[in-house]
Design a protein around this ligand. Sequence first.
Ligand SMILES: C[S@@+](CC[C@H](N)C(=O)[O-])C[C@H]1O[C@@H](n2cnc3c(N)ncnc32)[C@H](O)[C@@H]1O
Length: 221
Amino acid sequence: MDPDFWHGKWRDNQIAFHEPQVNGLLRDVLDRLALESGARVFLPLCGKTLDIGYLCARGLEVVGAELSETAVAQLFKDLDLVPEILTVGAMRLFRAGPVSVFVGDFFALDRDSLGPVDAVYDRAALVALPPDMRARYAEHLVAVTSSAQQTLISLEYDQSTMNGPPFSVPEAEVRTLYGDRYRVTLFDTRPISGALASRCSGSEVAWLLARDPSAASESSA
Ligand SMILES: C[S@@+](CC[C@H](N)C(=O)[O-])C[C@H]1O[C@@H](n2cnc3c(N)ncnc32)[C@H](O)[C@@H]1O
């Protein structure tokens, strides 16, 4: 999508994608992943999700990337944190306590600026992007995180009933995007709920993408 589309959403507070509670699948996912305390979790296209505070409460460090400074300012306010603001490469970095968020275009984020990542948590990031952007997104995400394991919360519904975003990204596409790099496992699925349930019916699907040792070598970013 055009950056102006998202800046407009944040300016006009049209953020139905923002869940008013921690994502219902996240707790079980974290129990399964059993990440070490202090592990660094990357949230691409993070918005101001409440999942960030929950990840911190579980003893994890969070690093995000988000286009909208409005969203990031609200995130830190909601977390009751005052960030220091740095310039890192093409991005601005807002940082306080266990939370760091790069503000700018995710595609301008490079691996050195991002630093090491132990796990990726993608909720409403891949599905926010139209079909012609998703392969580039997936490739860049794999490159900047050095193929870190991922949890991907996707959506499956009849795309003919509604225009995205959010878009339906069914299993076949998840496997096309990531199957050459990861072992792709279905973790859990549940009916679409919340604000989106009034627009379409379908499933929210959690995928675990485990690093595949036999996969092709890492690409660079
Ligand atoms: C559907 S929202 C999801 C936000 C968050 N993941 C959540 O669960 O609430 C998609 C977010 O991606 C951001 N975004 C869109 N394109 C982006 C880009 N190229 N780089 C960084 N952020 C982007 C938007 O501003 C928006 O906040």
